[in-house]
Write a protein that binds this ligand. Structure first.
Ligand SMILES: Cc1cc2nc3c(=O)[nH]c(=O)nc-3n(C[C@H](O)[C@H](O)[C@H](O)COP(=O)(O)O)c2cc1C
Length: 203
């Protein structure tokens, strides 16, 4: 069978979600998928970015990460979206990318794929679940198959993040358990996508 195509599409200002996205890409690769790790376009003005040293540094450090396009969505059997929490919602940069997907949606090209999401916030109760659930609203419109990690692996009992991998950035960089959860989430989503792909190929 053809390998599963997995797109990890994320936005990150200061590197937290990027670290989760990299871990997700590792997990998807280990599960045998062809992987595209893609950042969405930055929409903030340069003066806003440079006013925050960590933001400017991260933009420069990830200059070589390829920017997400519609082709990545069309190509993928499974898409994992990563975003920081912004007032309990996905970042506008990720929304801006998603909001260009109308023509693909209208042509039915986003339906039947596996979708999953991960996030970071600064505080423990700062809106991680609402951010992931807000992204899921879009997956419903697309006719997607939403595959959260739930408690389907021992690592999930360590992190307690059934909606999707989430990290409290105010406590520092993602630790080994959180990165393992991101790897697992991607592996789980790829496994479900592989079963769907095999079933569809068998007719
Ligand atoms: C405009 C704005 C809104 C934010 N809203 C929240 C929020 O509602 N809850 C929270 O805990 N953190 C909030 N944060 C903090 C970010 O979620 C945090 O910096 C981010 O998850 C770090 O991820 P990154 O390093 O990938 O950018 C906000 C940050 C900004 C700039």
């Amino acid at each position: 069978m053809e390998p599963v195509n997995a797109a990890i599409i994320y936005y990150s200002a200061t590197g937290t979600v990027h670290a989760l996205a990299q871990a997700a890409a590792e997990g998807a690769e280990k599960a045998g998928a062809h992987v595209r790790l893609r950042k969405v376009a930055e929409t903030a003005p340069p003066e806003a970015i440079e006013a925050n040293a960590a933001w400017g540094e991260h933009v420069r450090a990830t200059a070589d990460v390829v920017q997400a396009t519609h082709d990545d969505l069309e190509w993928a059997d499974v898409v994992l979206f990563g975003t920081p929490t912004r007032f309990g919602n996905p970042a506008s940069q990720l929304r801006a990318f998603i909001d260009t997907s109308g023509p693909l949606w209208f042509a039915g090209k986003l339906a039947g794929k596996v979708y999953s999401a991960f996030t970071a916030s600064n505080t423990t109760h700062g809106g991680q679940e609402s951010t992931i659930l807000a992204l899921a609203n879009t997956f419903y419109h697309w006719g997607g198959i939403i595959v959260p990690p739930g408690y389907t692996d021992p690592v999930q009992f360590k992190t307690g993040t059934p909606y999707g991998t989430s990290h409290v950035a105010g406590e520092g960089k993602p630790g080994e358990n959180t990165l393992a959860a991101a790897r697992y989430q991607a592996r789980h989503a790829v496994d479900v996508a592989a079963a769907l792909k095999a079933g569809r190929a068998a007719g």
